[in-house]
Structure formats: structure tokens, C-alpha cells
Design a protein around this ligand. Structure first.
Ligand code: ACO
Length: 345
């Protein structure tokens, strides 16, 4: 069987004659800030140990943005790297989508700030919010704009400055998160097979497992809300853990089924980088070999919407995946939200 016909067999979009357009992931890029916060540093900040953090999560260190470095700056750096690799000037970008739960401000959108910083004058720009699932949600949205003939070049970014909403006195959460950004350039290219499928889901009834009470229209910032520490992230770790494993497993199985693929055909499984034990549980349920799983959370912790975007960039730049390889992404986050995607790189 030729490669083209093999591809169309496993590409559900091609099978449905997807407007005759195909969308490639032309390039990726990522950026993490320089400052490293180790588990030893955290031992001096809260009542925790390197041993607890390592055995419960797998995280050894995380990156923190500087005081004058914001989500839009991290996003812009990652985007510049992706655009340079694709040899695309910012003026060629038609649309910028930023997935984030830590926008620079409630408005204007971080995507508009990135548009200005990049000099992407022609681009429309908006943010989406699906927490840690945001990058796959954004990839799917970007792909839809290309296959529907609306745009030819879409820049998709997952970026977070989680250190700005982490309660640094709460040992339950502060050890888990880090800052960073990852980006992908999507383009209309003949015979491309970038994102073969994406399965997305949500369950708003479980929104209370992971949320930030203050700062929105329900609890605007007041001296009282700040004193009550309502402007920090809150999480029920154990319940979140269980939901994460089930949701990522189900979405991943459905993505593989849609593409007529077995897990053994996937070169690299890139899960949301929240917890080593979650990754191992989902990998085991999927029947993935340990060497198929991509893990970099020991270096960065959970960077929410940036997590799989940074991991995808590292998988590509380290040669872990080559053009033509199949990649399975799976994510999970507040909302609750979840998603999985199959990419032919
Ligand atoms: N250091 C030492 N002890 C700690 C720490 C810490 N940093 N944090 C919690 N503990 C204690 C707890 O207080 C608890 O003590 P207790 O038994 O006396 O009450 C004990 O450790 C065990 O707590 P558990 O909640 O049972 O620990 P668990 O094994 O579940 O691990 C963790 C906690 C790491 C948070 C885990 O549940 C987890 O990773 N959950 C999923 C988080 C996640 O995936 N989030 C993804 C979405 S993020 C987003 O969308 C932005």
C-alpha cells in the first residue's frame, strides 16, 4: 500500500472529503523562562520534601517567569521560534489563538497582545480557555479554520504564567505548577496529514475540583477577597487524579478508534505533564510500552495549556519523532475538560 493511501485510510477527515483541504503542522516551538525553582527551594518555602514531591508527582524542578515577564511574553517567544522554523514571517499569519488560564489581563486577550509583539498585523486574534486541555482544543479550532477555507496560516499557542495564581503558602498545589509556552504553525498544504483527529470533552458538574474562585464577575477583586486568598488556584488532588486517568484513557481510545489505529502503531504518546503516576496509569490502561511515553514533567512541572505543546516541541527537536511518525496527544484539566488527538507528524 502506498503511504498516501495508508494515510487516507487512517485519516477520518480525508475519508469524509474534508472540503478538499488538508492542514499540516508545519512547525512547533517552545519557550520556558530561565529561573529554576527546585524541590529543595520549595522545602525552604512550605512544609514539604523532595522525597514527597518526587514520589507523588515525579516533578524535580519547574521554571518561573520573571516579575516583568508575562504570559504574552512567554507566548511570543514560543511563537517566534515556531515561525522561524517554518520560515514564515509574522505578516503571513492569518489567525492567532492563545490557550491560557493566566491571561495578562481579563481583557484585551493575550492573543491580541501577542499579535502586537510579533508584528502579525494581518492576523485576527482571540484566546480560548480550556485549562490544561487548551492546546488540543486550540489545535482543533485552528484546523477547522484551515479546512473550512477561512484561513491559510494559523498560529496556535498554549502559554501560562501559573506562578501568578499559585498560592505559595499551600503545599498541596504550589509544588505542582510551572510557567512556559509552546506554539504550532498550522498551514493549508496539499496532501498534509497533521491533525488526523481530535476528541474533546467536558463535564461542568465537576468544575469545583479545580478552580480559582476570585477575579471574575462572581467574585470581583476586593480587599476582602484578596485577604480570603480567593485569587489563587484551588484543587481537590485525589478526585482530579481519578478523573484525569479515566478521561484521558477514554479520549485516547476513541481517537485511535476513529483513525483505525492500534496503540502499538503510535511512535510517541505525549500525555499532559501533570503527574508521573497519572501518565503511567493511563499508559498501562492503553497498553502503551514505557518507551512510547514522553515525559518531561521532572523539568517543568504542570504548565497547563503549555504542557503538551512544550513536550511536542521537545519530542521533535530531540529527534524522538520524525516526519511521518504517529503521535498521540492526551490532556486533562479544569472544567473539567479533556481531549486526545492523533497527529501524523
Ligand atoms: N508535601 C508533603 N505533603 C503533602 C504535600 C506536599 N507538597 N501536598 C499534600 N501533602 C499531604 C496531604 O496534606 C495529605 O496529608 P494527610 O493524609 O495528612 O491529609 C497527604 O500528603 C496525601 O495527600 P493526597 O491528596 O492523598 O496525595 P496524592 O497521592 O493524591 O497526591 C497530588 C497529591 C500530587 C496533588 C495528586 O493527587 C495529583 O497529582 N492530582 C492530580 C492533579 C492534576 O492532574 N491536575 C491536572 C489539572 S491542572 C489544571 O487544569 C490547571
Amino acid at each position: 500500500m502506498t503511504r498516501a493511501s495508508a494515510s487516507s485510510l487512517r485519516n477520518p477527515r480525508a475519508a469524509h472529503g474534508y472540503h478538499g483541504r488538508s492542514c499540516s503542522i508545519t512547525s512547533v516551538g517552545s519557550y520556558v523562562p530561565d529561573r529554576v525553582l527546585t524541590n529543595a527551594d520549595l522545602e525552604r518555602m512550605v512544609n514539604t520534601t523532595d522525597e514527597w514531591i518526587t514520589t507523588r508527582t515525579g516533578i524535580k524542578e519547574r521554571r518561573l517567569a520573571a516579575a516583568d515577564e508575562f504570559t504574552s511574553d512567554l507566548a511570543t517567544q514560543a511563537a517566534r521560534r515556531a515561525l522561524e522554523r517554518a520560515q514564515i514571517s509574522p505578516e503571513m499569519v492569518d489567525l492567532i489563538i492563545v490557550a491560557t488560564i493566566t491571561p495578562d489581563m481579563l481583557f484585551p486577550s493575550t492573543a491580541c497582545l501577542v499579535q502586537q509583539k510579533l508584528g502579525a498585523r494581518r492576523a485576527a486574534a482571540f484566546d480560548i480557555e480550556a485549562a490544561c486541555s487548551g492546546f488540543i482544543y486550540a489545535l482543533e479550532i485552528g484546523q477547522q479554520f484551515i479546512t473550512s477555507r477561512t484561513y491559510d496560516t494559523v498560529l496556535v499557542i498554549g502559554a501560562e504564567k501559573l506562578s501568578s495564581i499559585v498560592d505559595w503558602s499551600d503545599r498541596n498545589t504550589c509544588v505542582l505548577f510551572g510557567d512556559g509556552a509552546g506554539a504550532a504553525v498550522l498551514q493549508n498544504r496539499p496532501n498534509a496529514h497533521g491533525l488526523l483527529t481530535a476528541c474533546m470533552g467536558a463535564d461542568g458538574s465537576k468544575g469545583g475540583l479545580l478552580y480559582m474562585p476570585g477575579g471574575g464577575s462572581r467574585v470581583p477583586a476586593t480587599a476582602d477577597s484578596v485577604n480570603a486568598r480567593l485569587h489563587y488556584l484551588r484543587m481537590e488532588g485525589r478526585e482530579t487524579f481519578k478523573n484525569a486517568v479515566n478521561a484521558m484513557y477514554t479520549a485516547a481510545r476513541e481517537s485511535l478508534r476513529r483513525c483505525n489505529l492500534e496503540i502499538g502503531q503510535i511512535k510517541c504518546v505525549i500525555p499532559h505533564q501533570a503527574n508521573q503516576r497519572i501518565i503511567e496509569s493511563v499508559g498501562e490502561r492503553l497498553g502503551a510500552r514505557p518507551d512510547q511515553l514522553f515525559v518531561n514533567l521532572h523539568k517543568y512541572g504542570n504548565t497547563s495549556a503549555a504542557s503538551v505543546a512544550i513536550a511536542l516541541d521537545e519530542a521533535v527537536t530531540t529527534g524522538r519523532v520524525q516526519r511521518g511518525d504517529l503521535i498521540l496527544l492526551m490532556v486533562f484539566g479544569a472544567g473539567l475538560t479533556w481531549a486526545a488527538a492523533v497527529i501524523e507528524w
